[in-house]
Write a protein that binds this ligand. Structure first.
Ligand SMILES: Cc1cc2nc3c(=O)[nH]c(=O)nc-3n(C[C@H](O)[C@H](O)[C@H](O)COP(=O)(O)OP(=O)(O)OC[C@H]3O[C@@H](n4cnc5c(N)ncnc54)[C@H](O)[C@@H]3O)c2cc1C
Length: 467
């Protein structure tokens, strides 16, 4: 029996570094795309925190955290837009297409959908999970050797980098006082670790700050959160009906190629002015075109957008559930959430507390600082390691990695990798809109096809060992 367990499994392994929603959606897509081919292989999801299928966004246990997008957009299956709604109904969570369930329940949905798809794919394909960090990858002629934390090793036929939105490198840089929480979603050292604090400075005023403020004020009735960002703008609320009529912005390009950034902004403004309904519809109508529009801009225009316009765009684009907005309004009305524009000038120790000087001139004493700004997929340690090892090259803006259209990594010499792929946030420089479920779901489909075509069919007879 022991010998049997020690024997290497000959089936090729498709490994995912990072086991979050991106990995789950890609694993589902791969299982669905290949089962009829009767290819034997193993999917192994390796997640450093054991947040398999949920990742940072959907592993929260705080039911104040709702989805930021309605049910109708969040199905895991692109060909079944009503799949999530049906699952919710069958599992005792009454929900309509325009409701916003808790992220915990959505995490359950992803995990169960993945499990059920894997059961359906049995006995050809199988699904395994491991709790470890993928430290490095080394392609060989036959496989890619993965080094895992704790001294483990995994030989895979392909590796998908699904490391998500890294929080490495606080915006506060050296000004961050010791003890600053840089990853609000860390299972042990994140916002939950500050649950007893009465005064917290949150850096950032976006959706992560909102969720953190809900957790902190929910855990401690005396807690007050100061939230500071350059603009001081809170997210807008979704406003039903959540219609997205197409074609509200004139995107017809001129004779000289794609629309320049200035022309795009002008047309967006004109569409908002001319539209008799809610401005949100105009913004949402651009969503299916965002990646193409982004790729039509020159690198200089993309940089200009990132520096000057992206904060406003993100604020208009990423909105909170109406119920969340009601809670935020109450927190602000009772002084428990206070927003500040102008950013953070400095934080210094003041006895047992910290004194923060904010850009709007306020000086506040707090017990802890929580960095809610993090989204630096290119700084994820594994991505940095792949770049340093010459296995990947950065995208032209240095936000993540350079990939080919179906997700294969491109090396510094311009070679398209046959074994290394990326999915979700690490593709931000090339796609811009690549962090939400609808876009990741589309990428997952394309990636699955690519892996089926170029990795699995080739590997039918080549053994791959797990050590
Ligand atoms: C709080 C929050 C709420 C959101 N709400 C919505 C929403 O309502 N609707 C929507 O469409 N989108 C939403 N999003 C966006 C989107 O769904 C997520 O960004 C998406 O889940 C990204 O998934 P991911 O798997 O790429 O990354 P992550 O969720 O970050 O998962 C990556 C996982 O990989 C692990 N990891 C990293 N490096 C390694 C390594 N080297 N080895 C092993 N493991 C590693 C990480 O710890 C993490 O568990 C939300 C995002 C956040 C953060």
């Amino acid at each position: 029996m022991v010998r049997e367990l020690m024997e290497p499994d000959p089936r090729p392994v498709i490994a995912f570094a990072g086991g979050g929603a991106s990995a789950a959606l890609a694993a589902v897509a791969l299982l669905r795309a290949t089962t009829w081919l009767r290819l034997p292989y193993r999917i192994v999801l390796v997640d450093e925190h054991g947040r398999h299928a949920r990742g940072a966004a959907y592993s929260t246990t705080d039911d104040a955290h709702l989805l930021n997008a309605p049910v109708k957009t969040m199905s895991a299956l692109p060909d079944q837009p009503g799949h999530l709604a049906g699952w919710l109904r069958r599992n005792g969570h009454p929900a309509g297409p325009e409701t916003f369930p808790t992220r915990r329940v959505y995490g359950d949905y992803l995990a169960r959908t993945l499990d059920e798809t894997a059961r359906w794919a049995h006995p050809y394909a199988s699904l395994e999970t491991r709790t470890a960090r993928v430290e490095s990858a080394r392609p060989t002629a036959e496989a890619v050797e993965l080094r895992l934390s704790g001294g483990g090793r995994l030989d895979a036929a392909a590796l998908v980098v699904a490391t998500g939105n890294s929080t490495e490198g606080s915006v506060l840089g050296r000004a961050a006082p010791p003890g600053t929480v840089t990853d609000p979603w860390h299972p042990r050292e994140g916002v939950a670790a500050l649950a007893g604090c009465e005064r917290v400075l949150a850096v950032g005023t976006g959706l992560t700050m909102v969720d953190s403020a809900l957790t902190l004020t929910g855990a401690n009735p005396r807690a007050v959160v100061h939230a500071a960002s350059r603009t001081g703008l809170l997210p807008h609320a979704h406003r039903p009906p959540l219609a997205t009529p197409p074609g509200l912005v004139d995107l017809a390009s001129g004779q000289n190629g794609p629309l320049p950034l200035r022309g795009l902004v002008r047309r967006l403004r004109a569409a908002v002015d001319a539209y008799p309904g809610d401005w949100r519809h105009v913004v949402d109508s651009l969503r299916p075109h965002t990646q193409t529009l982004w790729q039509g801009l020159s690198p200089d225009e993309q940089r200009c957008f990132l520096e000057r316009l992206s904060r406003r765009w993100e604020n208009a684009r990423h909105r909170m559930a109406p119920e969340t907005a009601t809670r935020v309004t109450l927190l602000r009305a009772t002084g428990r959430l206070r927003t500040h524009g102008g950013g953070v000038r400095g934080v210094v120790p003041a006895g047992s507390a910290l004194r923060a000087t904010l850009g709007d001139g306020s000086v506040v004493e707090v017990d802890a600082v929580l960095d809610c700004t993090g989204s630096a997929p290119g700084r994820a340690p594994l991505v940095a390691r792949l770049l340093a090892d010459g296995l990947a090259r950065p995208d032209h803006l240095g936000l993540g990695v350079h990939t080919c259209p179906r997700g294969a990594l491109v090396t510094p010499s311009g070679r398209v990798s046959r074994r290394l792929f990326a999915l979700g946030p690490p593709r931000r420089g090339q796609l811009y809109e690549t962090t939400a479920i609808p876009e990741i779901r589309d990428q997952a489909e394309q990636l699955a096809q690519r892996i089926a075509d170029t990795v699995l069919r080739d590997r039918r007879d080549a053994p791959t060992a797990v050590v």
